[in-house]
Design a protein around this ligand. Structure first.
Ligand code: UDP
Ligand code: MG
Length: 314
């Protein structure tokens, strides 16, 4: 993939952005030519149903630096970024939204920060030009994400980010995990920074996301916590929860045992049911953890044995 590396790849996920693409292309080209680097522009058409693809094809015909990845249908931004990363050749990779809400003119600033030794620099839309409900949802999301992941970043959801190639090569994106790239990168030992960037209102088309994204976001947050903290040791997570539950159940039942020895009848106490349930639940959690360990263990093995023959491969 990375045979003759370029300085810079710009990765742009687009889903029905026909009105923004030409202006975006022109502004990106102007900025990139001014910093005189060898670059490519990779547009991922994420199953658009408008004229986005035609416009991109036209740009590609006139400028070989424009490349297009066309999806069969709409697969979402995570898949778009993932394919963009996979096919990019730049030593540095910049992602930017196609809707002109991110300013291409901020790219040199991001790159300047990369030179300071960061592996990833994320934009921070301090003044965000979005509807009120969305800004609040995003505040809540950012607060919890920062709290739970321990990543001190204000804005996880900025489309404008710069990465060193090593970072994108490590990212396995699916669902909406792209919003956690800084957390995942930090967990893998990369250095992440944040710079304030300008943000504009959406001028054309409509946003593909609403507040419902907040709910999905929390599930993704759970996934990320699991991935970053417990992938290697699921038993630590399930095991400690299991022991805690069993211990609570044990205390309840021990108390009831004392009551029983002192002569009272406990057969009709709801607490008995609770205590016993907690013990059983706790034991099951420990077994979930052990199953998790089995999965981690077996997925670690390489499965070279499935290859019967190779031709032309060392
Ligand atoms: N996008 C995409 N696939 C999707 C949804 C969005 O490629 O399924 C692109 C979209 O074209 C835009 C970027 O992801 O370039 C961010 O989307 P949007 O502007 O709708 O999100 P918002 O800025 O409202 O959070
Ligand atoms: Mg947008």
């Amino acid at each position: 993939m990375n045979h003759n590396a370029l300085d810079l790849s710009i990765v742009v996920p687009c889903y029905n952005e026909e009105h923004s693409l030409r202006e975006l292309y022109e502004r990106l080209s102007a900025v990139l030519q001014s910093i005189a680097r060898e670059y490519e522009l990779i547009f991922i058409d994420d199953g658009s149903t408008d004229y986005s693809l035609d416009i991109l094809q036209d740009l590609h015909q006139n400028d070989s630096r424009v490349k297009i990845i066309h999806f069969r249908k709409n697969f979402g931004k995570a898949q778009a970024l993932s394919q963009g990363f996979k096919h990019s050749r730049g030593k540095t990779i910049v992602t930017i939204d196609a809707d002109l809400q991110d300013f291409p003119e901020e790219i040199p600033n991001l790159l300047a920060w990369m030179e300071e030794g960061f592996d990833l620099v994320s934009g921070w839309k301090r003044r965000r030009e979005d509807p009120f409900g969305k800004r609040i949802a995003s505040r809540i999301f950012n607060f919890f994400t920062s709290w739970f992941t321990g990543v001190k970043i204000h804005d996880f959801n900025c489309g404008l980010k710069a990465y060193r190639r090593e970072v994108t090569e490590e990212m396995d994106l699916y669902g909406e995990l792209y919003r956690f790239i800084p957390a995942l990168a930090l967990w893998k030992g990369f250095r992440a920074g944040e710079v304030v960037v300008k943000h504009g209102p959406r001028r054309y088309g409509k946003s593909k996301y609403g507040i419902e994204r907040l709910i999905r976001g929390f599930f993704d947050l759970l996934t990320v916590i699991m991935l970053t903290k417990y992938t290697q040791k699921p038993l630590h997570f399930f095991g400690s929860m299991g022991i805690l539950l069993s211990f609570m159940g044990f205390c309840i039942d021990a108390y009831l045992a004392i009551v029983w020895f002192s002569g009272a009848y406990i057969g009709n106490r709801p607490l008995l049911m609770l205590g016993t349930l907690l013990i059983i639940l706790g034991i099951q959690f420990v077994f979930f953890g052990l199953l998790g360990e089995l999965i981690v263990f077996s997925s670690k093995k390489d499965n070279d044995h499935i290859v019967k023959d190779k031709y032309g491969i060392e």
